[in-house]
Design a protein around this ligand. Structure first.
Ligand code: NAD
Length: 383
């Protein structure tokens, strides 16, 4: 049976690249480069095949996916030649996209949660799906102060009954997924399922969940390079990062609250890996001209034997969606397999994919990769 992949933010750049890319790979018109789940190290894992993934989702805009895909092809993200082969698939995904929820929505919270849940259940039934994994790839939300009702499931239920607006949109989607026992993965720095009340809900229903914020650029390099300094006993004095971003993501991060959420999710890596936490400022700037590309320039100052000062600088120029989309597909396949084999609750084994992983303090990329491979290849084979 197929696995449902429900993308929150289904009309965005990452989501559209997921829908087009999964269809292109399944049709044999694109290679699997960038898909971790296609590596020989994971060949022994019993994962759903690419053709077993059925995609749907929520969004708050109505631009047709064909148009989004054309724009992405025009911007050099999607190969124009593959578009003709996947347009019908994109139309099918388009027909499964439902209206989402915004923070200023004029709807009772209980009704919002019931509507989102009904969309997921209908998706499952209409496509005869074994299970559903909800993956948040919507615009980053502003960081907000926690509400006391988020502390426990009972408090949350009472607040929902009183129609208090105690959940940001990302957590409404997480609630809808977890209440049905479906998986929830947060690829963004938004709150999502990271609330005590929602962890309790996941425990009650046995739903799997993981996050948060996909690790695709500057933080990916930090988690690969910082262990080298640590293992060579070199003292990192400062690690200054400047990120230039175009696209919808870059624009969303011009909101100070959303920017704060992104900077905070990028902050944990160095402190977790290096024994002397360096001065590590992170700056993110929107540069419309970059389109779907991002540039990270990092300046690392470090000290060796006898206090000798040295420097490393790197420039990373990445295509945001080409880096992110295969990881979203990997997460769908891995979470789908976990559900299929009876996993429950948080999946810290997926930390490899995230800037700010749930359920573990391990940020070293190679350790995260080893843990992922061990876990995925020892999941029991398909019943
Ligand atoms: N591309 C990467 O490398 C990368 C890495 C880590 C995290 N992310 C995160 O992935 C997310 C998506 O990035 P993108 O480049 O596709 O952005 P995008 O702006 O192209 O797409 C975001 C989509 O979310 C939709 N959306 C906004 N609010 C919504 C809501 N309340 N409910 C449902 N949909 C909503 C928008 O309409 C849009 O279609 C961002 O939060 C970004 O921070 C991306």
């Amino acid at each position: 049976m197929a696995i449902g992949v429900w993308l929150v933010g289904a009309r965005g750049s990452v989501a559209c690249t997921v829908s087009a890319g999964a269809a292109a790979v399944a049709a044999g018109v694109a290679e699997t480069t960038g898909l971790v789940t296609e590596l020989p190290a994971l060949a022994g894992a019993a994962l759903p095949a690419m053709g077993e993934l059925v995609i749907g989702g929520h969004d708050v805009i109505e631009v047709p996916l064909r148009k989004r895909a054309e724009d992405l092809a025009h911007g050099g993200v999607l190969p124009t030649a593959a578009l003709a082969a996947v347009n019908d698939d994109l139309d099918r995904v388009d027909a499964r996209i439902r209206p989402g929820v915004t923070s200023d929505q004029d709807e009772r919270l209980a009704d919002t949660l019931a509507r989102l849940r009904a969309d997921l259940d209908e998706f499952r039934a209409a496509n005869d799906l074994e299970s559903v994994v909800v993956i948040n790839v919507a615009s980053t939300e502003a960081q907000v102060a926690p509400h006391p009702a988020q502390r426990s499931l009972d408090d949350l239920r009472r607040a929902i009954d009183r129609d208090q607006r105690v959940l940001p949109p990302s957590s409404c989607y997480a609630h809808a997924a977890l209440s049905a026992g479906y998986g929830y993965i947060d690829f963004t720095p938004s709150t999502g399922s990271r609330l005590p009340a929602l962890h309790e809900l996941a425990t009650t229903t046995g739903a799997v969940h993981a996050g948060r914020d996909g690790k695709t650029g500057e933080t990916l390099l930090k988690s690969a390079l910082a262990p080298m300094f640590a293992d060579r006993h070199l003292r990192v004095r400062s690690w200054a990062a400047t990120n230039l971003l175009g696209g919808g993501d870059g624009l969303a991060l011009t909101d100070p609250g959303a920017l704060a959420a992104k900077v905070s999710s990028k902050a944990a890596t160095l402190g977790a890996i290096l024994s002397d936490e360096p001065d590590a400022p992170v700056h993110i700037h929107y540069l419309e001209d970059l389109g779907e590309w991002k540039t990270s320039w990092d300046h690392i100052s470090f000290e060796g034997f006898l206090g000798t000062r040295m420097r490393l600088q790197f420039t990373w120029e990445g295509c945001d969606s080409a880096l992110a989309a295969p990881l979203v597909i990997d997460l769908a396949r891995l979470a789908g397999a976990a559900q299929r084999h009876g996993a429950r609750g948080p999946l810290p084994e997926l930390a490899f994919f995230f800037k700010d992983p749930d359920g573990t303090t391990e940020h070293r990329l190679s350790r995260q990769f080893d843990r992922l491979c061990h876990w995925a290849t020892t999941l029991p084979s398909r019943p």
